[in-house]
Design a protein around this ligand. Sequence first.
Ligand code: MN
Length: 232
Amino acid sequence: MKKIAIASFRRSPSGSAFIYKQDIANEAYTDAIINSGAIPLIVPHLDMEYAEEALDGFSGLLIPGGHDIDPAIYGEKATYSRNYEKSEDLFQIALVKAAMKLNMPILGICRGMQLINTALGGTLYQDIENEYMSNICHTATSTPYRGVHRITIDKSSKLYEILDNDHAMVNSLHHQSIKDLGTGLNAVAAADDGVVEAIEGNGILGVQWHPEAMYSEMAMIFRYFVNEANNA
Ligand code: MN
């Protein structure tokens, strides 16, 4: 079976006697990959010099949800960004660049989509509520498993082919969003307020929502990704 690398989410421990951080992946991601016919393996936080070698033997790279990204990475001072860890960002950016060099398909989810965007020179709104005029709540954290706002999908996009629809209802658990697009990326879906909800590039698909938490409706995204993944 193909193997998919999931970049770990690095979290501080809670309820543990140890102070060590933990490199984890939510089971929703691993389940989504398994249910789509591939083996998921977590790539822990490493020094960026190991990124390319860490991807050896993998067929695809998944960058999941997680923290905000250090705004210094896209050349801005912190306004509303929080809980960021630059070394984690830099390693994941190195993973993205290594995967691109290896022609390995990349799926970015939530933070993962934003991370890909910044890896390619793009920028972010650090807080939608404070930096972007919107009447849509993008931080519907009490309803993570169901669609809360509509997106409109570009009919010329891969995502349109994947979901076979130019509209979808998506969950929304993000307080940041894409501002300027990175080089080689296209915005292919937006919420009704204009917030970018999906991007595509060569070998790249990024979604701002969490398809792994609405798998029954969004399985096609993971099936597409696994199908595109290289035969390593
Ligand atoms: Mn949203």
